[in-house]
Write a protein that binds this ligand. Structure first.
Ligand code: ADP
Ligand code: ADP
Length: 223
């Protein structure tokens, strides 16, 4: 099967069972939504797909091969709820972290970066030191950095909670572009309206498992 397949994935923290046998397929070309209450295991699942944590059990594959993204850090772009950036670098330098330069030297912002940064309202702040930026700017920088990457997998954990409605629309446009290019795109959000509008499939996670998969028609009906 193409895309990421997650089978029977479990994760414990002490006596807390964060994931209790997650089964999920994420197909290239879709923006797969993840919904569910606080503590359901959504962020844990993102960290495991991103390779930031190892599952205790179960299996992850990508196009049928074992998926271990720690081997290839460039494989995954993540928007964390808490921005994970470098305070002593500028906004632009943070966006470029992990990117290789072309030919002669350091990586530089390209037209696509400028477009995304302008859409998120941080274009004019590119030379500002991150430590001197508001949390809102830091969150937008985290998003711009992920969106601008050339990764196979994009994971968004509540990316639009800090965005204006217009910026959120821009972000969804970018997500759909990324998905249309055949990448894996996963979106965790509490905003049901966004999921209904932007995702053809939504996995509802509760108590560490995927309880329901909403698809197509069932998404656009009431309730
Ligand atoms: P969600 O993102 O759906 O709110 P999480 O994945 O953050 O859920 O958390 C799932 C469960 O695992 C919760 O009970 C949470 O308190 C617990 N948990 C998550 N991360 C840790 C951690 N690093 N240490 C201890 N418990 C954790
Ligand atoms: P989310 O809404 O994504 O679940 P949380 O506020 O639950 O966010 O978690 C934020 C961070 O705190 C995560 O890195 C998570 O691993 C950690 N965390 C969550 N629950 C616990 C816990 N019970 N003990 C220790 N760390 C936790």
């Amino acid at each position: 099967a193409s895309g990421i397949s997650i089978r029977g994935v479990t994760k414990r923290y002490g006596s807390t069972i964060a994931l209790n046998g997650v089964d999920l397929d994420i197909r290239p070309g879709e923006v797969l939504g993840i919904a569910g209450p606080n503590g359901a295991g959504k962020s844990t699942l993102i960290r495991i797909i991103a390779g930031e944590e190892r599952p205790d059990g179960g299996e992850l594959t990508f196009d049928g091969n074992p998926w271990s993204p720690t081997v290839d850090w460039h494989a995954v772009a993540v928007v964390h709820q808490e921005p994970q950036l470098f305070p002593n670098l500028t906004v632009a330098q943070n966006v470029l972290v992990g990117r290789e330069g072309t030919g002669s030297g350091k990586p530089r912002l390209g037209a696509a970066d400028a477009r995304v940064m302008d859409a998120l309202g941080i274009g004019h702040l590119k030379d500002r030191l991150l430590a001197e930026c508001s949390l809102a700017t830091q969150q937008r920088t985290e998003i711009a950095r992920a969106v601008a990457r050339d990764s196979r997998v994009f994971l968004f954990d509540e990316p639009n909670s800090a965005l204006t409605a217009d910026e959120s629309d821009e972000l969804f446009r970018e997500m759909h572009k990324i998905a249309a290019a055949g990448r894996i795109v996963l979106l965790v959000t509490h905003r049901l309206g966004d999921l209904v509008q932007h995702c053809k499939r939504v996995a509802v996670v509760r108590d560490g498992r995927v309880r329901t998969m909403l698809e197509g028609e069932s998404l656009t009906e009431d309730g």
